[in-house]
Design a protein around this ligand. Sequence first.
Ligand code: LMR
Length: 334
Amino acid sequence: MTKTGILATFLTGALLLGGSAAAWGQATPITIKFSHVVAADAPKGKAALQFKKLVEERSNGRVKVEVYPNSQLYKDKEELEALQLGAVQMLAPTISKFGPLGVKEFEVLDLPYLFKDMAEAKTITQGPVGRDLLAKLEPKGIVGLAFWDNSFKQMTANTPMRTPGDFKGLKLRIQSSKVLDAQMRQIGALPQVMAFSEVYQALQTGVVDGQENPITNIYTQKFHEVQKHMTLTNHGYHAYVVIVNKKFWGDLPADVQAMLTSAMADSSAYFTDLAAKDDEEALAGIRQSGKTAIHTPTAEELAALRTALLPVHDKMKDRYGDAILTAINRALGR
Ligand code: LMR
């Protein structure tokens, strides 16, 4: 959908509402359109529905949340434009999708093997570095409410991936991040940026050979049905940033803002509880399907891949800025 299309939809909606500010005088409920690109039964999909449930319960219907999963309303790039225009009020894109908005610092979180485990990642996203990153969205008309720490990414393709050399020449789909582009080129793969909603078909038709994602996305999008191999590389961090349109948020009555903030905190805790569990269940589901050979790398294979990818940290310093990597290393006591 073009920017004009997004604008047209938004203007029609606003006309119907008769200007949301006035409607908050209480005749009409405050409506939050929450759009996202994953399946309704993926961790983000479930947490968005949990947020809806909590908000509608706690506001006695004064606030309505409409959740649109699976890119029903907008695809990746469009959804950020739609949020800035106010055509939707809430999104939860991944950390890898803010580069096109000009907020390149988030891409530091895309560095391969940046974190050794989820605990390290949460120290950063749930701490001062995470708060600083969220604040960088404000000049773009966006308020960052929370990080949803999801999981680590795995590689899938139709050929085995055991050594760095096995990635050479593979066309691999990536999200719109320059750091991910550099990561794939570092191992000789050919990165292709593509909207999430287009990945299944691109894998099925061979437009791309493979992709990287957490296991829950691979399973709920059925990528395993069109990918013969998956290697459990845990090479990249995957998290969401829950964001709202700044004007919408600022215009909300204080009590509504407070209720939404606490509902978001409870939905984030709910997300954290289910993300790891869902990852395990998805892995069992893929194993059971028998459609994809799952390779757990040896310590030597992991070390070789890590050594091959670490130069990206230095190569991409100018992209995300040295200061933030220094802050991350300091916060992790490195
Ligand atoms: C992607 O690869 O685009 C996904 O990770 C998207 C998402 O929101 O999980």
